[in-house]
Design a protein around this ligand. Structure first.
Ligand code: GLC
Length: 525
């Protein structure tokens, strides 16, 4: 599954922002890469205050990207290329520009027009304090007060009011939205903030507790991972099941023990597994994540998923070039930037690609992974657009560095991305990473990905079997059907197992030794 961050993929109609025409013109590239499906980040009408995750109309494509007719044509064209299309649905909140929120604003406190969102009087003598201590994911309080005194909830930016999922109209409208896109041929949905939606409407304080991952035991939280979400998902699944062969994947940042609940046979088909995004480069943690996730998925007969990067996290080629103890998000702004070993990160990213593509289930690529793009951590602060930058009061740089427009050609004002000036500047080093340059270089990351995807199709997709094997300290190794996968995460060369070398992340691989930070697939039958 290839994730297209539409704003930064290809700009077909000028204007500096990627669009449907651009995606359509690059379908041949995606087919040659060998992907089965694309997941497109939100393309709906939006003021774009959170990159389109602030939707003002779920039934219209934003004019920046094209039109609803063009979207339908794109879906057909992708199908002709053998590529399925997954849309991104954002049910936790709308844009403040959505007609429902505009109606709510025009109404008075207590008016039913406000019930589709989460409005509440404040605390304290004159209601001047927010109803609870809930914090926004982007920083600052999750409540904003209107001039009439009423407060509304936004778990993300103030321009993204949370919907009230107890309201029957909210439920009915999303059921229609699903049908609207299914009827236009969409193959499925990536559901944004799938662990949100349902809130504890008694608004207990959290005491600052927002984290669900990494806790020892699941926690009871007033706005994350509440049991009520499952009833909603079941109604959606029933709708999908009325169509032929459609799917839903959840973005659910929940405790490992709770994740299988989302994957029950009448709920999601898949849920992102973000453990590899958080993993440090060492064999023990990779092995632990791979075997635990695989066992958990097999136990409930669900497909595992593997994610190295996406539009919300620092690109892995940069993560792997930083010392293990680095807090990567803080490093973007605070450094020390001389800590970055970019070449090391790139070598490891090649190996990581071979890990992700060798595993059972679905491998999710983020656009530019296949080009080895690094995080553009040094974007000047005056071009930043992620709301995180302002809401954190300039303490966190946000996610723009992984969203820089793709380089397609080594020259031209936007490196082949489009005719206009791109919405974020591309760094000079993107020129040699351009897709056309890499397509002509047999040692490039792009050709490594193409070759690995082709080999995956030939040897690996027919079996879900995975067995961890021990090939020495700090060496990650497992058997997948007839293939042994070995990744040398130690600092010394290790022997390559006997067999037929199918692919190595080291383009100069010769002989019987595997260099540090290198992965290989060996045919053993
Ligand atoms: C998800 C998206 C992220 C967005 C947020 C709010 O986490 O991946 O990009 O900002 O939801 O919709």
């Amino acid at each position: 599954m290839y994730q297209v961050y539409i704003r930064s993929f290809a700009d077909g109609n000028g204007g500096g922002v990627g669009d449907i025409a651009g995606m359509k013109s690059r379908l041949g590239y995606l087919r040659d890469l060998g992907v089965d499906a694309v997941w497109i980040n939100p393309w709906y009408e939006s003021p774009m205050l959170d990159g389109g995750y602030d939707v003002s109309n779920f039934r219209e494509i934003d004019p920046l990207f094209g039109s609803t007719a063009e979207a339908t044509e794109f879906i057909e064209a992708a199908h002709e290329h053998g590529i399925r299309v997954i849309a991104d649905l954002v049910p936790n909140h709308t844009s403040a520009q959505h007609v429902w929120f505009q109606e709510a604003l025009a109404a008075k406190p207590g008016d039913p027009a406000r019930d589709r969102y989460v409005f509440h009087p404040g605390k304290g003598a004159d209601g001047a304090e927010p109803p609870s201590d809930w914090e926004s994911v982007f920083g600052g309080p999750a409540w904003t007060r209107l001039s009439d005194g009423d407060w509304y909830l936004h778990i993300f930016d103030g321009s993204q009011p949370d919907l009230n999922w107890e309201h029957p109209e909210v439920r009915a409208d999303f059921e229609e939205i699903l049908r609207f896109w299914l009827d236009r041929g969409i193959d499925g949905f990536r559901i944004d903030v799938a662990h949100g939606l349902v809130k504890d409407l008694t608004f207990p304080d959290t005491g600052g507790r927002t984290e669900l991952l990494g806790t020892k035991h699941p926690v009871d939280h007033p706005f994350w991972d509440r049991d009520g979400v499952h009833e909603i998902i079941r109604t959606w699944r029933a709708i999908l099941d009325q169509y032929d062969d459609r799917m839903m994947v959840a973005e659910a940042w929940v405790h490992r023990e709770r994740l299988p609940l989302y994957l029950r046979p009448d709920e999601y088909h898949q849920s992102f597994n973000f453990d590899l995004v958080e993993a440090k480069w060492n064999a023990e943690s990779f092995a632990e994540i791979i075997s635990t996730s695989y066992k958990a998925s097999s136990a409930i007969d669900a497909a595992s998923t593997w994610v190295l990067s996406n539009h919300d996290v620092v690109r892995h080629s940069t993560r792997y070039g930083l010392p293990a103890e680095t807090d990567v998000r803080r490093w973007l702004l605070e450094g020390p930037h001389e800590d970055l070993e970019a070449e090391l990160g790139n070598v490891r990213a090649r190996a990581a690609g071979l890990i992700s593509l060798s595993l059972p289930g679905s491998s999710y690529l983020y656009q530019g992974d296949e080009l080895g793009l690094p995080e553009v951590w040094d974007l000047p602060t005056d071009v930043l657009q992620d709301p995180v930058w302002e809401r954190s009061e300039h303490k966190a740089k946000g996610r723009d560095g992984c969203r820089v427009p793709l380089p397609w050609e080594p020259t031209g004002p936007s490196l082949g991305y489009g005719p206009g000036e791109p919405w974020l500047p591309q760094p000079a080093q993107f020129a040699q990473l351009a897709a056309s340059v890499q397509a002509a270089d047999p040692t490039s990351m792009l050709l490594l990905y193409r070759q690995a995807i082709a080999l995956r199709r030939e040897h690996l997709i027919h079996t879900e079997q995975l067995e961890m094997i021990d090939l020495g300290p700090n060496v990650l190794a497992y058997q997948r059907g007839s293939i042994t996968v070995i990744v040398n995460m130690s600092d010394k060369p290790v022997p390559v197992p006997r067999g037929n070398l199918l692919i190595s992340s080291d383009p100069g691989q010769t002989g019987s030794q595997l260099a540090p930070d290198t992965a290989a697939w060996i045919g053993t039958q």
